[in-house]
Design a protein around this ligand. Sequence first.
Ligand SMILES: Cc1ncc(COP(=O)(O)O)c(C=O)c1O
Length: 393
Amino acid sequence: MLVQFPPMGVYETLFKFADATSKYMGDHGTHPWAQGYPLTSQLPGGPSLPDSIALNNLDLKYPKATGEIELRSAIADYYNDYYSANITPDHVGVFAGGRPGLLANLAFLESDVCVALEETEYTPYWDMLRLLNKKVHIIPSNISNEFRPSDSDYDIDPVEGSKRVLLLKSNPCNPTGVALSPNRLKNMVEKYSQPGRGAIFDEAYEFYNDPKPMSAISYVKDIDNTDIFIVGAATKGLQVPGMRVGWVIAAEKHIELFRNYSSFGMGGISRPSQLYVTELLEKSRVAHARQAVCDFYKSQRERYQTGLLELGFELFTGCGGFYHWGLLPNNLTADEFNERLFKHDAGILPGYLCDMQRDGVSASPLDKFIRFSFGPLEADSFDNDMKILSECI
Ligand SMILES: Cc1ncc(COP(=O)(O)O)c(C=O)c1O
């Protein structure tokens, strides 16, 4: 009675790892290089993470469908303070993480809208677009353009059978770490603010950008007159993937639609989680967190870059995110590499799982690519990480 559907690529890798090692990747003693989560502990020079929140009986009631006003105000203030966004809490819809916001956004697209996305992108986009049976336009992002599409690659006509185009883009990109320069982002926002165009800027890695965090919202003139959606989450920047809190910033009429969706499909998001995240967005704390995340992960990006290059990887990583994206040495495939890594309780994400054109049957041009995550790694794991990597190539 149900349509069969495979697990999302990252989880597929976690399940393979569990079968091979009888361990869950991320548990103590494993090397979770396939995993996309940040350290959930205090970073060097960063703020601590609260270890409790106070609740009373009123906090246990059903939460509001669009999100609690404390959190929506904190999010709106945050974007107004850092990006002069000129938004109110009515432009903010809260979801149980980034993915549920993305899925709801895509699910409500009208049938004449096609989705344009880069060839190498965030793994679950593939699942979402397949499940929702969307018409897609693929923007070249491969070894021949070094995973850096040109401006003209984003000049897209609606694909056959559709009339309008929605761009779906992670920025900085997961898996490549490539981020648009401020000027290119500005042009992209202008291009996709035109009639017949819309865009989802997925900014899960907003804080993880060198030299500083950035957001497409800086360049949106009047969000109510656009189909621009900014997706954010507490998952990476605020270091709390377990809280399951994400948000979409969009025109008020779109947020109203998400409220309606929540009323029948979601029932709101855990209020304790929302209260916790509201605390993390307190003004001086969030300023502190932005700086610490940016600084710590820049130093980790640079260290692992040097280490991986010395081992013979060819890297294509940009200036953002917490992944290295590269081609394996010695003609190894990512699956062969993982078989070796699993023996050390380690594993990477095979590059083909970020191939938005994969069909699971034919070979992918990304078979020999890997996404190496340094997100969950403590600063002192580097030497041991390099030892394992070196033994496995
Ligand atoms: C590009 C991108 N968008 C959104 C998310 C949101 O994740 P979550 O649903 O865990 O909040 C992630 C997390 O891996 C991501 O990498």
